[in-house]
Design a protein around this ligand. Structure first.
Ligand code: GLY
Length: 312
């Protein structure tokens, strides 16, 4: 099987840091691909790509997460293993750098699927994950967005930018195994304890070796109502290509619940797509020694990899 890594850096409107967003997703896709070249699994690669994005302060995940109504960071993350449908999630977790790693530990070390809030923090501590300060997760940009955004409860006129974000990766490895990983700080000025689509299985992400893998971004309340990731996989089960399935599901989300967002998808045979119904979604893909990337609608750039085999 030809391995494929696809990542996204969140759907939204045009940002001042669009070029940086485009660069960051390329680096994350390459980080995931490097893990595959070193013999890592789809799960390892998806986690590595998302860690890369969580550690990059320009994205709404990990450091750089959107701030809630109290100006605190509460993060959600989900990882799904397409071999077994095993999944792990954390919701409204605080003071850790990489929620995606904690979600993988929930999957691998507990009998549960999702841990939230204080319970997630307690589990992180038990797993030896270092607690980080609130300050280290806030950025100048996240503070600026908090200051200019109306409260979550004050109606529906928030900008797309304040409603979106999220990072994610879907991976197919050479064994034919699929994985999906997604992480977010959620929505600016969300209520304390608000949990979005990201940690909900089939909403923020899904993976099934029999069909494909998906990772979603956008307005969580809308994504949850249509279970966006599972909807895309359902359309693929019915015979659609990833591209048709993504377009159909995003159109449905828009017409049915006025939902804005985006999704990255890989099929079990390695067909991939990155689609959104917002103005932009930074994405990048590595397949067959080529790096593909873009952000605006219809934008698709390609670059050959400097070292496609990974051997130095
Ligand atoms: N899609 C991220 C969120 O709404 O929380």
């Amino acid at each position: 099987m030809v391995p494929v890594v696809v990542v996204h850096g969140g759907a939204g409107t045009a940002l001042t840091c669009e070029e940086l967003c485009k660069l960051g997703v390329q680096e994350a896709a390459l980080a995931g691909y490097h893990v595959l070249q070193q013999g890592g699994s789809a799960l390892d690669a998806a986690e590595a790509a998302v860690i890369h994005l969580e550690n990059n302060p320009i994205y709404n995940a990990g450091c750089g997460s959107a701030l809630n109504e109290l100006k605190d960071v509460e993060m959600d993350a989900l990882i799904v293993d397409g071999r077994t449908l095993d999944c792990g999630a954390v919701a409204a977790v605080r003071r850790i750098a990489n929620p995606i790693t904690l979600s993988r530990l929930v999957m691998e070390k507990t009998n549960h699927v999702c841990l939230a809030g204080e319970g997630a923090s307690k589990f992180a501590k038990a797993m030896g994950i270092k607690e980080v300060s609130e300050e280290s997760l806030r950025t100048e940009y996240s503070i600026k967005m908090w200051e200019k955004t109306r409260h979550f409860n004050e109606g529906s006129d928030q900008s797309e930018e304040s409603k979106s974000g999220t990072v994610g990766a879907v991976v197919l490895d050479s064994k034919g195994d699929l994985a999906s990983a997604t992480s977010t700080g959620g929505i600016v000025k969300k209520m304390v304890g608000r949990v979005g689509d990201t940690p909900m299985i089939g909403c923020g992400g899904f993976a099934d070796n029999l069909v494909g893998a998906a990772s979603a971004t956008g307005h969580g309340e809308a994504i949850m109502k249509v279970t966006l990731s599972r909807l895309v996989i359902f359309h693929m089960e019915q015979g659609m290509s990833p591209s048709q399935a993504a377009d159909t599901a995003l159109e449905y989300m828009n017409t049915r619940v006025k939902g804005k967002g985006g999704i990255i998808v890989i099929s079990k045979s390695g067909e991939w797509t990155a689609k959104c119904n917002t103005k932009r979604m930074a994405w990048a893909t590595v397949k067959d020694g080529i790096l593909h990337y873009g952000s605006q609608h219809g934008e698709h750039n390609t670059k050959p990899l400097a070292n496609p085999s990974g051997h130095s």
